[in-house]
Design a protein around this ligand. Structure first.
Ligand SMILES: [Zn+2]
Length: 255
């Protein structure tokens, strides 16, 4: 696992959503034989943190909890999201073949959801062991602010759908509440249980390759409520971007 500063994005990488971390290859046969490699793109991450995540938190997270939004937590959550992609169930346990082929068009959204919650789970375990510094509330609050950030990628994006699902699941488990003033307050005790329960649910669906159950879950919890949409609209009114674009190339580099 290495961290880099990106100097140039081209082709598909420079169209649409800008990647902040990479775990490749995606082919589970290669993953099982050779493993995967992770890259963290630190300067891109910092740009999204400063220009998107902090402004979102300043609008949607309750003022008392905003101090828990930190770049280190964002970096660690993203890193373990990628680690979680490299681990987990690649093949169903009931002979349905790979998880990816049995869950078809829904496999990516579920896999992104898995990487988010299991990434946070790993952060929590390492934090307990003293391997990660800081307050665990940093990681959880930054995680919550990032849910709002990623929901804005929309239902066409695997990341967008995964985050809609998690938002609705966490809401049901009272991992956070919405205050009348339109901010959100996290319940740190309940987040742990919500994270564990959602991890268990996703891993079981992947292991069983249960397409119908994933479809049902996405139908029930994979959409944006009217109220959440109104809250997200406030981010647009405040001119908080959905993503960043780059000023790049030889001219910018002074070459
Ligand atoms: Zn991912």
């Amino acid at each position: 696992l290495n961290a880099y500063d990106a100097i140039y994005y081209s082709g598909e990488s420079n169209s649409g959503g800008k990647t902040i971390a990479i775990n490749l290859p995606n082919d589970e046969r290669v993953q099982l034989k050779k493993g995967t490699r992770r890259l963290q793109l630190k300067n891109v991450m910092k740009a999204k943190f400063d220009k998107i995540l902090v402004p979102i938190a300043n609008e949607l997270i309750t003022p008392e909890q905003r101090k828990f939004i930190t770049f280190d937590a964002f970096f660690a959550n993203t890193m373990f999201h990628e680690v979680a992609h490299g681990l987990g169930i690649k093949n169903t346990i009931n002979g349905k073949g790979s998880v990816r082929t049995s869950l078809k068009n829904l496999s990516s959204a579920l896999e992104e959801g898995k990487a988010d919650v299991l990434g946070l789970y790993m952060v929590m375990q390492l934090h307990k062991k003293g391997e990660l510094d800081g307050d665990m509330k940093d990681y959880m609050t930054t995680f919550m602010a990032s849910i709002f950030r990623s929901i804005r990628f929309g239902a066409a994006s695997a990341h967008g759908r995964a985050n809609m699902l998690r938002f609705n699941y966490f809401k049901e488990k009272e991992a956070f509440i919405r205050n009348d003033n339109g901010t959100y307050t996290l319940n740190y005790d309940k987040i742990t249980k919500a994270m564990n329960d959602l991890s268990a649910l996703i891993l079981k669906l992947q292991g069983d390759g249960d397409y119908d159950a994933v479809e049902k879950l996405m139908k029930e919890k994979g959409s944006i409520s009217h109220q959440l949409q109104k809250d997200l609209d406030r981010l647009v009114e405040k001119n908080i971007p959905v993503d960043i674009t780059f000023e790049q190339g030889v001219k910018v580099l002074g070459l």
